[in-house]
Design a protein around this ligand. Structure first.
Ligand code: HEC
Ligand code: HEC
Length: 312
């Protein structure tokens, strides 16, 4: 089955499930718009519009752009040796990296090289991509001179066609600046938000759903999800992503409190070890997770998150 057919299968499944969900969820005027039509900001700033897929040029440059797009939207199939879970880049960077407020590629490329606190030095764009492979994809970093990174870089650069470089564009990243929970986030409330708004697609066990060996609804925790080093394990990233983008096709419908509560619920579950694990969970927490935004190394229902002996 080719990629387009797989995506159609996914969409058909999505339509069915979304239709069913109308019975169980409140206030859902669910139709199924294409992801790019979602409005996710309260007072939308003028947005950069990236080129459409039909604008990909022909010739060798176009082939490389397409290769990058394929890696981005079906990472296990096109860069499998660097992937350790069942996610694809576009599961978190929606609409093939186009969607504002889901860390779109067109807003990222022009901002590198950039200093990152996470590793304490200036990162090239390629190194930033390597980070998402190591942590979000629970895999291995493709070498900086690899075809995989070249293709992704070419795709990202093409996305920025016509955009100013060096300026932070509206819609960049996940909208977490100043995004605070009204009350302290709460696991039990989050569990309720989850069963009402998320379980339908991601499963009550958080393991998502696969159709014909292809991830249709990605897992949110467990062995096939992002690991403890990934940006999404941080509560502010998760809450902002969820608020702007989830439930899928109905971004910006949860209250701020619900988004934070469900983020703490999601990130209170086990997931693959942080690849920077230094032999002890407490030591790894101290070195890399010393923040209230990380639950790694904290105890939830009698289990210390990140402890290697735990079952996933
Ligand atoms: C589990 C979710 C997830 C997956 C899967 C994922 N990413 Fe990310 N990505 C993130 C998060 C979280 C950030 C940080 C966003 C922020 O700081 O606002 C990020 C940031 C980025 C950035 C920098 C964005 C910016 O504005 O500076 C790029 C580029 C990127 N990812 C590319 C990729 C690529 C390529 C893949 C696939 C190999 C991938 N990501 C897979 C969650 C994910
Ligand atoms: C209608 C189905 C649907 C519902 C309901 C839904 N999601 Fe998703 N979710 C998706 C799909 C599909 C993707 C991947 C998007 C893509 O690839 O374009 C996704 C991606 C994600 C991701 C990033 C990828 C990953 O696996 O980490 C997170 C986190 C997430 N959803 C959390 C939630 C939360 C929390 C809720 C409830 C508030 C929710 N979703 C409700 C369909 C859904």
């Amino acid at each position: 089955m080719n990629l387009r057919m797989l995506r159609c299968t996914g969409m058909a499944a999505l339509l069915l499930l979304t239709a069913c969900s109308q019975k169980t969820t409140a206030d859902s005027a669910v139709s199924m718009p294409a992801p790019k039509s979602i409005a996710v900001e309260k007072s939308p700033a003028p947005r950069f519009t990236p080129p459409a897929e039909a604008d990909i040029p022909s010739g060798p440059l176009g082939e490389m752009i397409r290769h990058g797009r394929d890696i981005f939207t079906d990472t296990p199939a096109h860069a499998g040796e660097f992937v350790g879970n069942s996610l694809s880049c576009s599961n978190c960077h929606l609409d093939a990296g186009r969607q504002a407020n889901s860390a779109p590629l067109w807003a990222a490329w022009g901002m590198y090289p950039q200093y990152r606190k996470k590793n304490g030095h200036v990162n090239s764009f390629g190194e930033r991509l390597q980070g998402c492979f190591k942590y979000s994809m629970n895999g291995k970093a493709p070498p900086l001179d690899s075809d995989v990174l070249l293709a992704l870089e070419t795709y990202a650069k093409w996305m920025t066609t016509g955009a100013p470089t060096g300026a932070k564009l509206p819609g960049a990243g996940y909208p977490k600046e100043g995004f605070q929970p009204p009350q302290a986030p709460d696991y039990a409330r989050g569990e309720t938000v989850y069963s009402k708004n998320c379980a339908l697609c991601h499963g009550s066990d958080g393991q998502g759903q696969r159709v014909a060996d292809h991830t249709v609804f990605p897992p949110l925790w467990g062995p096939q999800s992002f690991n403890w080093g990934a940006g999404m394990h941080q509560l502010d990233n998760a809450a902002a992503f969820i608020k702007a983008n989830m439930p899928f096709s109905r971004g910006d419908t949860l209250s701020d409190q619900d988004a934070w509560d469900v983020a703490i619920y999601m990130n209170s579950h086990e997931r693959p070890q942080d690849p920077r694990f230094n032999g002890s969970v407490a030591g790894t927490r101290k070195k890399y997770h010393d923040s209230p935004l990380s639950l790694y190394g904290t105890e939830v229902h009698g289990h210390v998150l990140g402890s290697p002996a735990s079952k996933h």
